[in-house]
Design a protein around this ligand. Structure first.
Ligand code: GLC
Length: 473
């Protein structure tokens, strides 16, 4: 089936009667509208960065980490037992109890704890002590304190994994920047904090990324799942790679492994500079970790609203929007969010949402042209985001050569943006007309997935014990 991605849905058109103004706005937005050549080049550099990231000796470092997750095996539905799962990555931390019974969906108990800014930015030990007290609170309030639980820890930051239960933090991202954690093993820090808190019979058996949790959760319900994708505050993907294509590690006895790409940092070495706009640079300059996470900052939830805000300011300053006078609110960092982009993108013909959002920004009586321009900017930024994600996903699908692939997706951008999913779907379909694929919401991938990975970890431990016992016979 050929999908026409030339429609206004895929190529937003600005409908203004004032032709001069229309042209002036379009000129400012030109670089955000990717050309066919841009897309081909993104695909090319993504593929070469992946190859470099997997190579044993590369002539230069890749911006794609291509990290080993040490998960060579997906759950097969025979998992049995109760597992604790932790999910840390956004401003909410979750503790989850997952009860798995063969052939059943599994029961799920969850509690959310908000992580205040002083803990996200303070000394690391305090953050881990907080996590341990949340686990304690969860167990105590559910009258589970005496029980033993294996625990899977979703720690959604770039790690160097040395084993399934060893994850060295490479750098913080998103809204975290605690001291004393970079270069340390997050599992050890968590275990130490659990020991300091005392009275808990909990064993951290696995540490994983949220994309991995999402892939594993997806595979539990749909065995064709081979890619895990997060479109949330940040963005990243992982996929099942054939071991013979990974030069950098020797892994005898294993045929496949999940690779955490860490594509948020794609382009940090300059390979994406050809699509970067002044607006992207402005978003980067105002972010917590400047000059990093180039790809993620093009569209992820933490940044998309900011990107639109910078474009609106520029249009204002050029006298093309809001009578040339930006409001104090518009000039304030964070005043326009990705949820606002979603609200505007999902607006009805009367423009109710757009009007409400503009009123909040200090524009109580916007002209029709203003409304049209704001809606157009949101559409252009959305399309660019969906395009770049779809381009990288197409590369992955192509690389895997599987007849049918399900892409398990989680994250607020995917769930709440009214157009992102359809756009991605259409763009991939356009690039790979022969490939069968499906984008599937794997809700709570990072939570339930961590419980499932803990179950897989236990199975792997049992398998290796059996092997050792056999060798000793
Ligand atoms: C950031 C993190 C990555 C995570 C992603 C989505 O890019 O570096 O590990 O998967 O956010 O949460």
């Amino acid at each position: 089936m050929t999908i026409l991605t030339d429609s206004p849905f895929h190529k937003p058109q600005l409908q203004l009667d004032d032709r001069l103004k229309k042209r002036a706005v379009e000129k400012i937005l030109t670089k955000l509208c990717l050309t066919h050549e841009n897309i081909c080049k993104i695909r090319e550099v993504f593929e070469s960065e992946m190859r470099l990231g997997l190579a044993r000796n590369s002539y230069r470092p890749s911006s794609l980490q291509m990290e080993n997750t040490f998960i060579p095996k997906l759950p097969d539905g025979t998992e049995n037992g109760d597992f604790l799962a932790l999910d840390l990555g956004g401003t909410n931390f979750r503790v989850i109890l997952l009860s798995l019974r063969p052939g059943q969906e599994g029961d799920f108990l969850v509690k959310y704890y908000s992580v205040p800014e002083h803990l996200r930015m303070g000394p690391g030990e305090q953050l881990f002590d907080f996590l341990a007290s949340c686990i304690y609170h969860f167990l105590e309030s559910n009258e589970l304190l005496g029980n033993y639980y294996p625990l899977g820890f979703t720690f959604s930051f770039p790690m160097i994994q040395k084993a399934l239960d060893v994850g060295i933090l490479l750098t913080w991202t998103k809204s975290f920047n605690c001291s004393g954690v970079v270069g340390q093993d997050a599992v050890k820090m968590l275990n130490d904090a659990i020991a300091r808190k005392g009275n808990m019979n909990v064993d951290v058996v696995a540490v994983l990324n949220d994309t991995t949790g999402t892939l594993v959760k997806g595979a539990y319900t749909d065995p064709d799942t081979a890619i895990g994708l997060i479109l949330g505050t940040g963005s990243n993907a992982c996929y099942l790679e054939r071991i013979d294509r990974i030069e950098k590690w020797d892994k005898p006895g294993v045929t496949e492994v999940i690779i955490d790409i860490e594509w948020g940092a794609f382009g940090d070495n300059g390979v994406l500079d050809f699509i970067k706009t002044d607006f992207d640079r402005a978003v980067d300059c105002n972010s917590l970790l400047v000059h990093s996470f180039t790809f993620e900052k093009l569209f992820a939830g933490k940044y998309m609203g900011e990107l639109v805000r910078h474009i609106l300011i520029k249009l204002c300053r050029e006298g093309l929007l809001f009578g040339g006078a930006p409001s104090e609110t518009l000039l304030t960092f964070g005043s326009f969010t990705t949820a606002d982009v979603s609200g505007i993108e999902g607006d009805n013909d009367d423009g109710e949402n757009t009007r409400k959002i503009l009123r909040r920004l200090g524009f109580a009586y916007p002209y029709t042209d203003d409304m049209l321009i704001v809606r157009h900017v949101c559409a252009v930024v959305t399309v660019r985001g969906a395009r770049v994600v779809a381009t990288c996903l197409s590369s992955l699908l192509d690389r895997m050569v599987k007849p049918e692939v399900t892409i398990a997706v989680d994250g607020s951008l995917f769930k709440h943006h009214p157009k992102f999913q359809r756009l991605m779907n259409d763009f991939i379909g356009d690039m790979l007309p022969e490939q069968k694929f499906k984008l599937m919401l794997a809700e709570d991938g990072s939570g339930k997935g961590a419980g499932l990975v803990a179950a897989v970890a236990l199975k792997l431990r049992e398998d290796s014990k059996k092997l050792i016992a056999k060798d000793n016979l």
